[in-house]
Each structure stands twice: as C-alpha cells, then as structure tokens.
Design a protein around this ligand. Structure first.
Ligand SMILES: Nc1ncnc2c1ncn2[C@@H]1O[C@H](COP(=O)(O)OP(=O)(O)O)[C@@H](O)[C@H]1O
Ligand SMILES: O=P(O)(O)OC[C@H]1O[C@H](OP(=O)(O)OP(=O)(O)O)[C@H](O)[C@@H]1O
Length: 184
C-alpha cells in the first residue's frame, strides 16, 4: 500500500516547523524531510544548508523532486521522496503553496496540511523567533498568499491557539484523510 506525503503549508511564522516537530514526536514512524535551503544553518528547522552554486548544481543533477524560490532563498525536496512514499512511508515536508500542483503530480498520495493564524499573531511570532531582520519580517508578512489549487486532500488547522490543540486537530484530520484515501 502506498504511503503519504504530508505537505505542510502556510505563511511565514504560522508554526509549520513547530507543528512538523510535534507531529514527528507524536508519530515516530512519520519521517520529516530534510530540505535543502540556501541559508545558513540554524536551530529552527533541520535543513541542509548550501550555497546557491551548490543548489544549482544539485538541481541540474536531478537531486530534487521539487524545488522553488521564495524570500530570496532556494528550497529543494530530495529526489528520493516519491520512492519513499510509494514504498509505504509517511513523509512530512514543509512546502510552498506555489508548488502544490507540481507536488500532486509528483506524489499523487499528497495530503496538504494548511496552517493558519491571525496576522497580528504571525507578526509577534516572527519577531520572537528572531531569525530574520525587521525588514525581512515585513517582506514576509506583506507577501501575497499563493492560492491553493483545487482538488487537494486538504486538512486545515488554525494555530492561533496553543500548539497542543493544533497538534490534536492535525493528527485527527490527517489520520481521517489517510483512512478515507485508502478506501477510495
Ligand atoms: N501555537 C503556538 N503558540 C505559540 N507560539 C508558537 C506556536 N506555534 C509556533 N510558535 C512559535 O512561533 C514562531 C514561528 O514558528 P515556526 O514553527 O518557526 O513557523 P513557520 O515554520 O511556519 O515559519 C516560533 O518561535 C515558534 O516557537
Ligand atoms: O509560497 P509560500 O507558501 O508562501 O511559501 C514560501 C516559503 O515560505 C516558507 O519558507 P521558510 O521555511 O523559509 O519560512 P518559514 O519557516 O518562515 O515559513 C515555506 O516553507 C516556503 O519555503
């Protein structure tokens, strides 16, 4: 039986990486994708940091199943992800809303976990996270939200409240979507 790709999307600061870490702790068999990102390593997310030149070389060599640019950075999802999902693994990745059509074409057993929170909460969280400058935070907050494509298996979670509540809602929605997906 095929596994699943859980694509976690939502605006900067909404809590995608926090929710991904909580999901992985709650479901130890679910595997978190280590993205390639053209940014210095930091504590917010376990990604593979690399230069733009290395990223471009890896992309040309076919090392990414999905790739995109946002916030002046390049992001890549390793090329083994589709095979891992076909082999039955449940794999979680922090994705851009702009590449979901590509993601669905690449991994048909995709479930999108869309995370939301009010704008004032996002601003406060990005400030507290302290990864970006004030200027970068303003740019992230003013970036228009790419629309979600039609026809996705979609689970929506409001992370405006405590993370534990969002985790419970996400687990419930994701496990329902997995059960429904497999009986179709
Ligand atoms: N439910 C929550 N309540 C309070 N703070 C949160 C919650 N979810 C995330 N945070 C905090 O908000 C900041 C941004 O979260 P993060 O997971 O990095 O978001 P994203 O990956 O979507 O940019 C972090 O400092 C994180 O600890
Ligand atoms: O097209 P969008 O849906 O707006 O998403 C664009 C990018 O923003 C997030 O990046 P990143 O992980 O660098 O930032 P974040 O942790 O602050 O969300 C997300 O993971 C995407 O890579």
């Amino acid at each position: 039986m095929s596994g699943w790709l859980i694509g976690v999307v939502g605006p900067s600061g909404v809590g995608k990486d926090s929710l991904i870490a909580a999901l992985a702790e709650a479901r130890p068999r679910w595997q978190v994708v280590r993205r390639a990102v053209t940014r210095e390593a930091d504590e917010t997310e376990p990604f593979e940091p690399m230069s733009r030149a290395t990223f471009d070389r890896r992309a040309a060599a076919g090392n990414f199943a999905l790739q995109w640019e946002a916030h002046g950075l390049c992001y890549g999802i390793p090329s083994d992800v589709p095979a891992r999902v076909r082999a039955g693994d449940v794999v979680i990745a922090n994705l851009s809303r702009g590449i979901l059509e590509d993601a669905l074409a690449t991994v048909p057993s995709l479930i999108v976990l869309s995370v939301t929170a009010p704008a004032d909460v996002l601003a406060k969280r990005l400030g507290a996270r302290g990864r970006e400058t004030a200027e970068d935070i303003a740019a992230r907050l003013s970036r228009p939200a790419p629309p979600l494509p039609e026809g996705l298996r979609l689970v929506e979670v409001d992370n405006g409240g405590p993370l534990e509540r969002s985790l419970a809602a996400a687990l419930d929605g994701l496990e329902r979507a997995m059960t429904e997906g497999h009986v179709q």
